[in-house]
Every structure is written in structure tokens, then in C-alpha cells.
Write a protein that binds this ligand. Sequence first.
Ligand code: NDP
Length: 295
Amino acid sequence: KHVVIGGGTGFIGTQIVNLLSHKGISYTCISRMPGPNRISWHDLECYGLPENTTAVINVAGQNILDPKQRWSEGFKQNVINSRVETTKSLAKAIICTKANAFVTISGVSYYKPNDKEYTEESKCEKYDFLSELCHEWEAAAQLPKDSNIRQTTIRSGVVLGKTGGMIKQIYLPFFFGLGGPIANGNQYMPWIHISDLVNLFLFSIENKTVHGILNGVAPQIITNKEFTKAFASVMQRPAFIPVPRIFLNSIFSKERAKIMLEGQKVIPKRVKELGFQYQYVDINCACAEVIGKNK
Ligand code: NDP
């Protein structure tokens, strides 16, 4: 077995690589920077995928929440290209190999925030920049109808892990007791522990019955307020100070602040039907693991 991972150097990618190594599965990352077990996107374009490739994963993407980056038109184009073009390049390359699985990531921003419950079968029209991005990203992963390769897209919620994503950004404010709910905190916060997300990637590669859309979220539905309470409690810090809507809208653009101010009620119906076993189904346990309290 040999797995190729676009964006294998990032927060999620590194954990996928660790799991593969642990299982004794060899891998190649595709990265903009040279290094061991790596090829570049240019190499992929010129020489295709390694001959022994059995599965391909794509988790590449310019960081959307980077506070140093203003959401200019140029940056937004980068956000799109780093996801859609990389996925397209891999979709094109994989059909020339003997690989049998292609697993890519997308986001729950595909679903419109409201009180509706969304399963993988729910169809949603594009409604803003991020939802349009998700539609394009997912379309880029489609393979020709006559291909025998199983194609899976994981629509991920907020990924909770020590080394990246949201936790990395909120750790210090919470540590200093400055954490708090975002606005009134009533927005849903679809979440998944990094270990479960990474296991879901491996499950999708290894399980011959898996294909199509999977909601990469924990089965427990929580709000931002409930997350804040769980996280502050394991950090043993107060979290009374709400982050006001007006503050977020002014430091980020309104478009970007929406990511934090709105949320969707997402159910992992197919993931459960396929028999995937979660390790973290409770937000308190997930937060405890993330900050190293239950080890
Ligand atoms: P990271 O920022 O940690 O890693 C992203 C990876 O993408 C990096 O390793 C980088 O590889 C590569 N990358 C960054 N910019 C570009 C670019 N302009 N062109 C090509 N490659 C690029 O992100 P995460 O691991 O947290 O997320 C991975 C993917 O999962 C992203 O697409 C993200 O949108 C999606 N996702 C993440 C969620 C989360 O909560 N973290 C939730 C839902 C979806 P290198 O520098 O080696 O080239």
C-alpha cells in the first residue's frame, strides 16, 4: 500500500501521516516545500503520481482563519486555488494509476446555517463565498463515470486537536481567562476530534463500501456556548467574556466573521450507517484529550 497526501504537512495532514506510519503504510506528501517523502505540485503535474500509489488524499488549503491575512480578492483566489486546483490535479493524475480510493476534504459550510438538520443527503444551493468554495471543491474531486476508483468527500466540522486549527488560536486567550462565547453563543458548532477525522480518512481508504459524501462531524450536536463551557472547564479557567459580534465584524471582514458567528446542525448519518466507530462522542472528553487532561 502507498498513500499520497496533498497537504500532508499541515495540521490534519501530519496526523494522517502519523497514523499511516503507525500502521506501516508508506506515503508521499505533496507540498510546496521540499523534504523527505515529498514531491511538489509541479512534480505531480509533470510526472504524475508515484507508480505504486494505492490511495490518494487531499487536505491542502491556504489557511482561511490566518489573522495576519486580509481577505482581499487575491487572497480569496488563493484560498480557492489551493483547494480546487490541487484537487483537480489529483483527480486528473489518479485515473492514470492503479489506485482504488480518492478521499478529499470539504467543509460543513456547504450547508446553510439555520435550524434545519442536515445529513449527507441534504442538498444545498450556494449561498456565500465559503459555500461556493465547497461546491467547487467537491466538484473538482469528481472522477469520470467509468472509473473504478472509489471517491469520497469528507465534509468536516471544526477539527479539535492540540497542534492546529481552532484550538491553537483560542488556547492563549482561554489560558489567560479571556475566553468566552462568540456573540450570544447560540450558533451550532459542528465539531470532530482530530483522531476521529484521521480514522475516518483511513476508514474511507480501507473500506470497500465507502464512497460519496460523509459528514465529518461528531454525532453530538452542540452550540458555541456549550463548547466554550466544556473547554473553559477542562482549562480550569473562567470564560465569561463574550466576544462581541461587532468586534469580529470589524477586525475580520463580515464574510469571514460569519465562520465564527454562524453554524450548522449537521448529522453524520451515513458515517454511522457505515459502521464507523468514533473515539470521541462527547465534547468534554474531546476537550480533555486536546489539553492533555485525561492521559
Ligand atoms: P493547515 O493550514 O494546517 O495545512 C494546510 C496544508 O495545505 C499545508 O500543509 C500546506 O502545505 C498546504 N497549503 C497551504 N497553502 C497552500 C497553497 N496556497 N497551495 C497549495 N498548498 C497549500 O490546514 P488544516 O490541516 O487545518 O486543514 C487542511 C484542509 O482541511 C484545509 O483545506 C481546510 O480548509 C480543511 N478543513 C479544515 C478544518 C479545520 O478545522 N482545521 C475544518 C474543515 C475543513 P505546504 O505548506 O507543505 O505546501
